[in-house]
Design a protein around this ligand. Structure first.
Ligand code: ZN
Length: 112
């Protein structure tokens, strides 16, 4: 997870610091009506999400069509999925389920 975070820093940070990004950000916010495209909230901190991640599609970093307004909670959820972490956040029930699936994979016929 730490490595994923470093990757995000390396690829997204230089983009987010530019004047060009600040302008694009305004355009995307206006287009999306200053609301999260997932849950529709207008409260809280709105972030601009790259639909295709900058790390895999750097050429789309400044393309408004590749940007969407998301609240920080929806943005975090989406980023977690992109980084290979299923949403919602891990819970004991989920871990038990994952273990059951793993057991099934190693022992496809647990009844025997
Ligand atoms: Zn949202």
């Amino acid at each position: 997870m730490g490595m994923k975070r470093d990757q995000w820093r390396r690829h997204s940070r230089p983009v987010l610091k530019t004047k060009r990004w600040q302008v694009l950000r305004q355009i995307v916010l206006e287009r999306d009506g200053w609301a999260c495209v997932d849950c529709g909230t207008k409260r809280g901190r709105l972030e601009i999400d790259h639909i295709k991640p900058v790390r895999s599609n750097p050429e789309l970093a400044f393309d408004p069509a590749n940007c969407a307004t998301r609240c920080s909670s929806c943005h975090t959820k989406k980023t977690r999925i992109e980084c290979g972490h299923p949403a919602p956040i891990r819970s004991p029930e989920r871990d038990a389920w994952a273990q059951a699936v793993a057991d099934l994979a190693t022992n496809p016929n647990p009844a025997t």
